[in-house]
Write a protein that binds this ligand. Structure first.
Ligand code: TXA
Ligand code: MG
Length: 314
């Protein structure tokens, strides 16, 4: 069992000595260490059992800090940061030489994000290095949206969880990169495409392969332990009659394990509940989770992306 606390000074002292701590953000919980300390980064990879080809996001508390770890920031990146930070947006920017190569898995760009959580922002402001933090789950599993989730899977490996309650958004950040001033989306997440489109045309480069050249978007990522099948739930239930649970958008299904993500049809609420619902269904005595395609707008796209990856594990 890891200790849970809201004491940022305790977190800070662990981080200052090269250790790792789970931190809350508005998207999902992260497993944080000093992004400029190679040993701390190695500890993160080990704790998550994460392959070294999958780079980490550096979390910052200011644009100045971004400037200290990157080069050649395009104008559009400043604009997006001004509008969406702190918030669920990660930007891939040219890495400065002194940033450890293992943070970026040897890639020329570093991922940076200013998270929107008061505890973590205070923590970041109290230290003079960025925090490397992947989601605080074992590699390939659903991301944690509460301190309980972190403790369930990582409690024996880490000493401290900075407890910031349930996360507000519940899916990981949207990751973008730039081609000169053009926005490219590399991961669909907690910031909708519609909001990015207000800044100009947005193109998608979402990796779907099972052996991606752009790392971290393995097709089978975010998978729960059960078989996930996407389609028309009622028709699927005609076929799969036993040991089956349902993850539905609005409709309640009686007499079988069922998680409804938003009875009122709110996609933000649905995204917020997605990962805890998958965890709950994973604990049921079932073999199959049937679910449906969500509307391809707003955070519905992030939900579809994560469910698609979960289903790809089958
Ligand atoms: O919301 C989030 O982004 C959460 C919270 C903790 O901030 N973090 C998160 O980290 O989801 P992680 O490591 O689970 O996912 C980060 C993704 C990975 O798919 C990784 O491959 C990609 O970001 N990434 C990180 N650095 C990259 C880089 N330099 N180039 C390309 N992709 C990168
Ligand atoms: Mg992750």
């Amino acid at each position: 069992m890891a200790e849970r606390s809201t004491d940022i000074f305790k977190a800070r002292s662990i981080l200052d000595s090269g250790g790792i701590v789970a931190i809350p953000t508005e998207t999902v919980y992260g497993l944080a260490g000093n992004a400029l300390n190679e040993d701390a980064i190695i500890s993160i990879y080990k704790a998550k059992n994460r392959p070294s080809f999958d780079p980490l996001i550096a979390h910052v508390s200011s644009i100045k800090q971004v400037e200290s770890i990157t080069n050649d920031i395009p104008e559009i990146a400043y604009k997006l940061a001004e509008k969406f930070w702190p918030g669920p947006l990660t930007m891939l920017l040219t890495k400065a030489d002194h940033v450890p190569d293992i943070l970026t898995s040897g890639l020329p760009r570093v991922a940076v994000r200013m998270p929107n959580h008061p505890l973590t922002l205070q923590l970041l402001e109290s230290i003079d290095y960025p925090l490397a933090a992947p989601s605080a789950n074992p590699f390939g599993y659903v991301s944690p949206t509460s301190a309980d989730h972190v403790n369930d899977q990582m409690g024996d490996i880490i000493d401290l969880i900075l407890d910031g309650g349930k996360t507000k958004i519940g899916v990981e950040s949207t990751i973008v990169s730039f081609e000169s001033e053009k926005i490219i989306v590399n991961r669909i997440g907690g910031l909708s495409i519609e909001k990015l489109e207000e800044f100009g045309p947005v193109s998608m480069n979402i990796n779907q392969s099972s052996n991606p050249s752009a790392p971290g978007m393995l097709k089978s990522h975010y998978a729960p332990g059960k078989k996930v099948i996407i389609g028309n739930i009622d028709s699927l239930l005609d076929v799969y009659k036993e040991r089956v649970g349902v993850l539905s958008f609005q409709k309640k299904y009686q007499n079988l394990p069922n998680q409804v993500l938003s009875s009122s049809g709110n996609l933000d609420e649905a995204a917020n509940k997605l990962f805890s619902a998958l965890r709950l269904l994973d604990k049921e005595d079932i073999d199959i989770i049937v679910t449906e395609k969500f509307p391809e707008t707003g955070l519905g796209r992030a939900i579809n992306d994560r469910l698609g990856r979960a289903a790809a594990n089958n």
